[in-house]
Write a protein that binds this ligand. Structure first.
Ligand code: SAH
Length: 244
């Protein structure tokens, strides 16, 4: 299945290093696919400004600091821009996501749900909109946005990093993307705990040895040890995750 993703942004160049590096870069370049092949497109919102100096924002009605992105320009970037960059059948077939502090707070649970059900399956293509300035005119959001996500309770200067964070964490749950399919199951949060400590070569580092149990090759004992360590690590580092 081909899953198309559009990103509406004023700074498409911010995504370049993301697409050039690592496993998620390869995935979104369309190079890693088993069940899902990604096709990523960018729409530069500025290309849809009709104003003399290609501005996309204006001062807010009612006064106040900062500038607000115009609803008509965002609408054109979505309706015309997505059509011009790859094309869509109907707006109803697009899942439009806006990153915003008002949105549902992103977490491993949201990443898994988005990765499996929106990126991995589902018959809709996905549009992400990155806000800038003070955000976007409310009327555009009301009419065109289906889903709002926040990556945390702090304010970024733009939605681009939030989109990359969402894509990078969600793609790990898209079937066939991770080389070792099991590895996302073992990662932090999957069972409500963080990961056990990991060791590799050298066996001795600055006077510290690798825990002996890991060298004995007794698989069942290792698994038990890893589980105990997960609990101990969670108690030490993230006690808030353990509800007692
Ligand atoms: N005035 C807005 C903040 C605008 S920040 C407010 O007070 O809520 C500019 C843009 O950055 C936003 O339009 C949004 O797309 C993005 N952004 C800022 N913080 C974010 C967060 N925590 N999660 C996701 N996107 C965020």
């Amino acid at each position: 299945m081909i899953k198309r993703i559009w990103i509406l942004t004023l700074f498409p160049e911010m995504f370049k290093p993301f697409l050039e590096c690592g496993i998620s870069g390869a995935a979104f370049r369309g190079e890693r696919s088993e069940d899902t092949k990604f096709e990523l497109h960018f729409v530069n919102i500025r290309d849809y400004s009709q104003t003399k100096y290609k501005s996309v924002d204006d001062s807010p009605y009612g006064g106040g600091p900062g500038m607000v992105m115009r609803a008509d320009i965002l609408r054109d970037a979505l309706v015309k821009g997505v059509q011009e960059a790859g094309g869509y059948q109907s707006l109803e077939k697009l899942h439009v996501v806006y990153t915003s502090p008002r949105g549902k707070v992103w977490s491993n649970k949201e990443a898994r749900n988005f990765g499996m059900n929106i990126l991995g399956t589902g018959n809709k293509d996905v549009v992400f909109i990155a806000g800038r300035y003070e955000g976007i005119d409310e009327r555009f959001l009301t009419k065109y946005v289906n889903d709002f996500y926040s990556i945390g309770d702090y304010v970024l200067t733009g939605g681009e990093l939030a989109i990359m964070t969402m894509l990078d964490s969600a793609v790990r749950f898209v079937p066939g993307i991770l080389g070792n399919k099991l590895s996302s199951e073992y990662d932090s949060f999957e069972d409500g705990l963080i990961e056990f400590p990991q060791y590799t070569k050298p066996r001795e580092f600055e006077g510290m040895d690798v825990p002996a149990i890991l060298l004995e090759g007794h698989h069942k004992k290792i698994t038990e040890w890893q589980h105990e360590e997960k609990i101990a690590m969670t108690k030490k580092w993230r006690p808030d995750l353990i509800k007692e």
